[in-house]
Design a protein around this ligand. Sequence first.
Ligand code: DCP
Ligand code: MG
Length: 578
Amino acid sequence: MRRLASYMKRYKLFYVIALLMISGSITLDMFNPYLIKRIVDEVIIDGQVHLFSMIITALVAITISRSIFGYIKEYSFDLSASRIIMELRQDMFNHIQKLSFSYFDKTNTGELMSRIKDDTENILNALAFGIMLLIEQSLYFIVASILLFTLNWKLALLTVLIMPILAYIAVNLERKVGETYGKISDQRAALNTTAQENIAGVRLVKAFGREKFEIRKFLKQNRYNYRLNMEQAKVWSKYYPKIEFLSNVVLVMVITVGGFFVIGNEMTLGTLVAFGNYIFMLIWPMRMIGWITNIIAQCYASIKKVEKIFEEEPHIKEPDKPVRPEKFMGHVVFKDVSFEYNGITVLKNINIDVRPGTTIAIMGMTGAGKTSLINLIGRFYDVSSGNVYIDGIDVRNMDLNVLRSNISIVMQDVFLFSDTIEENIKFGVKDVLSEEFISASKDSKVHGFVSKMPYKYKTLIGERGVGLSGGQKQRISISRALLRDSKILILDDATSSLDMDTEYEIQKSLNERKGMTKFIIAHRVSAVKNADEIIILEDGEIVERGNHQQLINLKGRYYDIYNHQFGSMTLYDNEEVV
Ligand code: DCP
Ligand code: MG
């Protein structure tokens, strides 16, 4: 709540203007029934015809000024609300960008999307109309009640006593509608998810012949959605006529009782007419009270959810005194490193020393901890114990930006944006020279296939663009990493979809990039055999290490893998293996 208030404070001026406009409109509105009273009592009954044009002019002037006030009021509320939401949404997005990997491990994307989209929308509704109506309708109620009591206290008392009943029904209606609305919006999310997953996974569905099953699943949800909508319609049809009825009862009662007062000369006819007009200023706030409280309650719930995201602290923090090394060499050392995710140990006693410009290859079965190990270098996670040093500085003491900008990584799951190939490769690198760009593309074997495309590097990929093969996507992401030309290059299973020849070509150009310290995670012997050191991970521990020849001589796990992959060709003559 305090956060929202601080945003609102910036737009104080708009709120002051809006409040003035509301007060102005209400004051003018209060004149209307009074002027009508004078028309009835003075012009019609007393026959003072000369007053007529004056009163009509006043009525017209009031109507015009009122619409101007109304316009300025709406504009101030809408403008300030839209700006506040824009700022809030941006701040939320910026904050989410700062959060660490571990936060995204436990939060699903759909949930974050709905925070950014739906919850901010709820807050917007409250800021744009909820609060405005609350202030406006409360003022109408108070001022109109006072006027009614001054006109005729007995009649006013009678009217005011019925109001709580009206409010009660309206609040009940809104509560019931709110309940079904909650169900409908959950159900709508489920319907969306089903449709979206089905469409995203349409190939899988077709391949497994699951179309009928999916259609039935969707039909079931669609029917449920229909039933909920009907439920809501029933709530309306049950409560709404009651509200209408009661509103009319108030009016009829006032006219009946008031009629007797007029006949008994206790009040003038004009006063009764004015009374009838003021009553609407009481009825409307009552009818709207449920709606307004609902909007404000929804806003409150959304603020709490949004607040939770803001309270989320990034686990990986910039050090208090960040060290910025003069020259980044890329000497990576792991000293007694252990690492756990939520209490489960994934890496144990890892000791490695990767000198600048050398290559270390990491092999191991799926789930052995390979990705976890390389994630510690750029501090996507922090070690549980031990240290990771780069050029002798613990990474936790290094300026985070310096650290990460000196690491190029090709992640295991390739992600390309719906943009051109060029933008996907340049990602985050400014002022690229065309030679650098072409050399990165050539080294990653992107240049060849892109040159054959009609729009070359300007070809759009993703939803609105061309489709790419798994290997092409991998090559683009390698190109992206090479273009950054960092001191440390990490390839996490980056060549798994490539044929041996292409993989070999890429390996060869990587070997020529001498200044880089390279981490290569791979499953194929051909991808690791030239590394200066190969480590084999098993359940988070290094179980074998050495260069290709040493490991072959060891006749351990590496030797088994080697035999497994090349057994049918040759056993020892590794020169033939590419
Ligand atoms: N793990 C986890 N939470 C994560 C990532 C992984 O609990 N966010 C667990 C799953 C595995 C272990 O950590 O049991 C090691 O996971 P890695 O991703 O490090 O495993 P690999 O990279 O070696 O496996 P793969 O070859 O499948 O990529
Ligand atoms: Mg992995």
